[in-house]
Write a protein that binds this ligand. Structure first.
Ligand code: ACM
Ligand code: ZN
Length: 513
């Protein structure tokens, strides 16, 4: 990060993917071409000089890159950034004779090029201009639920390409859940030989009244499903890494494990079938459950370089635990007074295991029940209360509140297949975690924001994209831009223009009425 490099090259490579979109449609009547104020997310600071450059010309201009922390600090004129902000910060100058980028790290160079790409995509000429920019939050994420319906790696890479353009940097990979396990685990092959496949393609044909259906053997004619091999994951991780996107895998425990129980029934509580109430849960009493989870996690840790593992923790039914002899024995041995404490015992124990392997855990806000594991990061999804409680207890938080950031909710009353609540673009844009009463002293606990695309209602790729876009544009701006730059009418204008560009790039961006 400290070393100084000067690289001169042409822009033809970095702009190649977008040149097809540059000439039409033309939304900008502004004399002198598209300006920094037109991009998403809005940059921190910019100025516009006289003159403009045609996008074709820009493609062939020399690009001069300087990687120097002190150069960026000089541009910042005494403003203090956190180290993670400094790594992403960039100064970009587009002039008639060429493009100059200064950054403290390759990450900043990457974001400068994303700004350049977005500018060049929006019209056939770009104003001569200067941008100084850095992110507001370190976690700017998207969750994709691959369990309910499975899209596969080409879809994931395509969305990562868009995330990069929006300067989003965390991909939360929801790989396992009741209706399908989507990750090769060599120690437990039944997870993918059996429970990556089901007879019904439609989630709602498979799950009725919260009771899941059956799974079928891999290779069964007509079976719906799929999973990622370790080779697939390596390919996705390399693609993500080139775009400065960290992939955070989620391995659910103790709830949302209907599929795991179908593959390995011994991981359920020790109750006769007729007395089983909850169908999704692992038994936190049995030692075998921990053997299973540790072996799975070891393979996950080996595959994914992220410092974080998401361990789920949400919506676990606890009725079986009240009656299961293994759970009761565990509670007695560990002095646990409630089934909530039993869940907390499991999460704390898995956190210790994660720490032994250099990883930190993230969990949904239910991990607060029964006592939070000492170093856990909380993903606040039931509104913001869980996040605020976690911050009060000194923990880091990522905000993904259902009413604002659940991208399975519909965008207009007539929308094709969506979950019930109404979450239009303006609602998504209106959320700001710092308006929830968090003090300056606690601000560092707010890691950032994330939109979650759950896929109960979303089977096709075109439908998934329509749920993601343009709402992800709003999350990107809240995650990156200073709150003082947020302005919905202005954002809406930029969304209209960039949505057209994204469509020409092949994304199915929802058309608002
Ligand atoms: C969740 O929506 N169950 C995290
Ligand atoms: Zn049990």
């Amino acid at each position: 990060m400290k070393q100084i490099q000067i690289i001169i090259k042409t822009l033809s490579v970095s702009l190649a993917v977008l040149t097809v979109t540059c000439c039409e449609p033309k939304h900008y009547e502004v004399a002198g071409g598209v300006q920094p104020k037109d991009i998403i997310p809005a940059p921190v600071e910019y100025s516009v000089q006289s003159g403009s450059i045609g996008t074709d010309e820009l493609t062939n201009l020399p690009e001069k890159v300087r990687i120097s922390e002190s150069a960026v600090r000089r541009r910042l004129k005494g403003r203090k950034l956190e180290d993670w902000q400094l790594r992403s910060a960039y100064w970009l100058k587009i002039g008639k004779k060429g493009v100059k980028i200064e950054a403290a790290d390759q990450e900043g160079v990457f974001y400068a090029r994303q700004s350049l790409k977005m500018l060049a995509s929006l019209d056939s000429s770009v104003a001569c201009c200067t941008i100084l920019d850095w992110p507001r939050f370190r976690h700017r994420g998207i969750l994709l639920d691959e369990s309910r319906h499975f899209q596969g790696k080409d879809f994931v890479k395509k969305q990562m390409e868009m995330m990069a353009l929006l300067k989003m940097n965390r991909f939360h990979f929801h790989l396992v859940d009741n209706p399908g396990w989507r990750l090769q685990i060599d120690s437990y092959l039944r997870l993918t030989q059996l429970t990556a496949w089901r007879p019904e393609a439609e989630f709602w044909d498979w799950e009725v009244d919260e009771i899941g259906g059956e799974f079928v053997e891999e290779g069964t004619p007509g079976a719906y499903g799929g999973y990622y091999t370790k080779q697939d994951i390596a390919e996705i991780l390399a693609f993500a890494d080139e775009r400065h996107i960290e992939v955070i895998p989620e391995i659910e425990m103790p709830g949302h494990n209907y599929e795991t129980r179908a593959a390995y029934p011994e991981l359920a509580c020790s109750l006769p079938e007729s007395e089983m109430s909850d169908r999704w849960e692992l038994c936190p009493g049995k030692e075998g459950t921990y053997d299973f989870l540790e072996k799975v996690l070891l393979e996950v840790f080996e595959l994914f370089p992220s410092d974080y593992i998401h361990i789920g923790g949400d919506e676990a039914g606890k009725r079986n635990w009240e009656r299961c002899p293994d759970c009761q024995a565990r509670m007695k041995a560990e002095g646990l007074e409630s089934v909530e404490e039993l869940q907390s015992y499991m999460i704390r124990r898995m956190e210790r295991f994660a720490h032994e392997h250099g990883k930190r855990i993230i969990g949904w806000d239910e991990i607060l029940e029964g006592g939070l594991a000492p170093d856990a990061t909380v993903m606040s999804w039931h509104g913001t209360e869980g996040g605020l409680q976690a911050i009060a207890e000194g923990h880091d938080v990522i905000f993904t509140p259902t009413h604002y950031y659940y991208l399975d909710y519909h965008q207009d009353p007539n929308q094709y297949r969506a979950a019930g609540r109404y979450v239009p673009l303006e609602k998504v844009y209106s959320f700001d975690p710092m308006e929830e009463g968090i003090t300056e002293a606690d601000a560092h606990h707010v890691l950032g924001v994330q939109g979650n695309l759950w896929t109960e209602h979303v089977r096709e790729a075109w439908h998934a994209e329509m749920m993601l876009y343009p709402r992800a544009f709003a999350i990107a701006e809240t995650g990156w831009s200073p709150s003082t730059r947020k302005d919905y009418p202005n954002f809406e204008r930029r969304v209209s223009a960039f949505s057209e560009v994204a469509r020409t790039m092949g994304y199915n961006v929802y058309r608002r009425p």
